[in-house]
Design a protein. Structure first.
Lengths: 113, 116
């Protein structure tokens, strides 16, 4: 099993550009989520999904879109990047419930100029 | 009020000393509690979790945590730390969102530095 994979590892964008951060898992996990990590702020939940076709907002959803068309994939879209979105982004997944162990990807470091 | 509060942002200790990383949670959230660890330039991995049962929970790498309902705390402890324990530690709790869905919310983290 590859576990949770994220691409790209690094990305530099200009203000106003759009992009999609990819996240995939091969563990047949139902629950997937996106977090951003900023110094002194810990991890903040952006969006999460309890299964294919179902998504919900977390603590900091503004400026981000998600969709979950398959169990394996949970992409995060930035429609118009802003410098405030400079951060490290982590995708996580778990088998069925939030009480299950979350498995994290290696992260994507995004810089918006 | 924050759902989960980690009282110390940085904790320096010497090798082989005991350590306690403090975490308090809001009484308005669930009592499903977790500690995750992040080693430099890596993602997070689970150290331990409390869902029910014994209030003393043992995890990987010699860590343990005690759930204290009256003090709404879930402090992480290790009796003797190693250099390799240098990492950032996150306390997390499950919150119930409107509509009944659950989400995992993290504290701001505590950076543990173990010095020789």
């Amino acid at each position: 099993n590859a576990g949770v994979t994220q691409t790209p590892k690094f990305q530099v964008l200009k203000t106003g550009q759009s992009m999609t951060l990819q996240c995939a898992q091969d563990m047949n996990h139902e629950y997937m989520s996106w977090y951003r990590q900023d110094p002194g702020m810990g991890l903040r939940l952006i969006h999460y999904s309890v299964g294919a076709g179902i998504t919900d907002q977390g603590e900091v959803p503004n400026g981000y879109n998600v969709s979950r068309s398959t169990t394996e994939d949970f992409p995060l879209r930035l429609l118009s990047a802003a410098p405030s979105q400079t951060s490290v982004y982590f995708c996580a997944s778990s088998y069925g419930q939030t009480t299950d162990t979350q498995y994290f990807g290696p992260g994507t470091r995004l810089t918006v100029l | 009020a924050q759902s989960v509060t980690q009282l110390d942002s940085q904790v320096p200790v010497f090798e082989e000393a005991p350590v306690e990383l403090r975490c308090n949670y809001s009484s308005s959230v669930s009592v499903y509690l977790f500690w995750y660890v992040q080693y430099p330039n890596q993602g997070l991995q689970l150290l331990l979790k409390y869902l029910s049962g014994s209030t003393l929970v043992k995890g990987i790498n010699g860590f343990e945590a005690e759930f204290n309902k009256s003090q709404t705390s879930f402090h992480l402890r290790k009796p003797s730390v190693h250099i390799s324990d240098t990492a950032e530690y996150f306390c997390a709790v499950i919150m119930y969102a409107q509509g009944g869905s659950e989400k995992l919310v993290f504290g701001k983290g505590t950076k543990l530095t173990v010095n020789p």
